[in-house]
Design a protein around this ligand. Sequence first.
Ligand SMILES: N[C@@H](CCC(=O)N[C@@H](CS)C(=O)NCC(=O)O)C(=O)O
Length: 214
Amino acid sequence: MALTLYNYFRSSASYRVRIALALKGLSYEYAPVHLLKNEQLAPPFADIAPGKLVPLLKDGDQLLTQSLAIIEYLDETHPQPPLLPGEPAARARIRGLALDIACEIHPLNNLRVLRYLVHDMKLAEDDKNRWYRHWVETGLEVVEKQLAGSSATGRFCHGDAPTLADIVLVPQIFNARRMDCRLDHVPNVMRVYDECMALEAFNGTQPSACPDAS
Ligand SMILES: N[C@@H](CCC(=O)N[C@@H](CS)C(=O)NCC(=O)O)C(=O)O
């Protein structure tokens, strides 16, 4: 079935799905949605995306939202290589690490939240950036503690092959760097990031490699 990914080069949630598609070896049509031009808020995209957020994956007649749900769908429909491998406890650890970023960091720094802080709450640009860095830096510390404190950590967040946890971690580091966040306090996170970026599935799908990169 033909796959179309509606996404934006700089969107970290979109980057997660691009990595998963690449790890699975799946080709897809790249449909850009320019977030800074507000294309997510207007038709035609807004007509098919209830949350007005990217990414959105179209698989035939199916429209799928939410990056983690999309990635689990891809993992269930194309099981190799597994992105949630192992026993229930291992899978829970992988999901836990992914959610520490996807639920505890990313939503606080989403474009619409930042716009609300500036336009509605009248926060100065510097204060908005402080907000951003605070949630990234403290949130990544939570991941760091788990990577440092578990024998389940391997070359990657869990074991020696990339999983859902790595797929969510890497795009968050791109955001962190773009916003000049501190990263020297998370050495295990950065070691795993470097391992991932040595792989084509992560490197070849990064924001600057996208067709809509500007
Ligand atoms: N939880 C969602 C988050 C999606 C999301 O926040 N997407 C951002 C880009 S990373 C977006 O479309 N923002 C548009 C906006 O804030 O108006 C997911 O994982 O797919």
